[in-house]
Design a protein around this ligand. Sequence first.
Ligand code: SF4
Length: 263
Amino acid sequence: MSKEKTVRHVCGISGGKDSAALAIYLKQQGRVPEMEYYFSDTGCELPETYDFIDRLEAYLGKKIDRIGSEAPFEHHLFMVGGMLPSPKQRWCTVKMKLEPFEKFVGTDEVMSYVAIRADEHREGYISTKPNIHPVFPFIHDEITRKDVFRILDETIGVPEYYKWRSRSGCYFCFFQRQEEWLGLYDNHPDLFNKAMELEKFNPNTGEGYSWIEGMSLSQLLERRKEIVDLATKRRKDEDGRSWQEILLEEGEPDDQGCLVCSL
Ligand code: SF4
């Protein structure tokens, strides 16, 4: 007698606001009690992200599986000859997020709950594997950015990194702006130094690998005043609002990069 295959329901938590709000929303609605939560931990996330995941886990009252790559980032970096990941060479997302997810799912039939909102037009990672079926509750229920902030305000709050950074992801993520790199330097100098040590860049020839195209992190520090002045001017133009307020009123920055990592 053949046994009927069970469909799994999974919800990926990135450390960003939308996926956390989706998990909370579905719990509050009493939908999908058998939901499995997972977090693709690169091992290089911000301390604020780990705190946020812990807070969410406590609220959900259910374990969030940490399903990162078996090998650390440094191993993958070695395997690609020290070539730092970049927008054009995004091996980090494949090795540290997508492959662990597809291994977690295996060949099971899976409904994958994705936190894309009703007020945005972007795509998260949607697997092409035939056994993974995406579900979009926020789009279906017309949940927008304002609802997401309300859900978080009423429960676990927003991630602390919003004080100095616009999105979750690895501490060295190449999608961050120059002022956010300075925020990393101010808030986590040890992590900034680690990122600096991974660079192999010749400032005279411009050859090698740096996190910011054409500029090493030590050069970034030398240009600190100029970068801060520019960012301050932009803040003034934006009425001195924090990232949280900008995100709430206007949405994600145009240079929104890693949707797998920051949804
Ligand atoms: S957060 Fe950035 S560095 Fe980390 S895996 Fe995603 S794209 Fe790569």
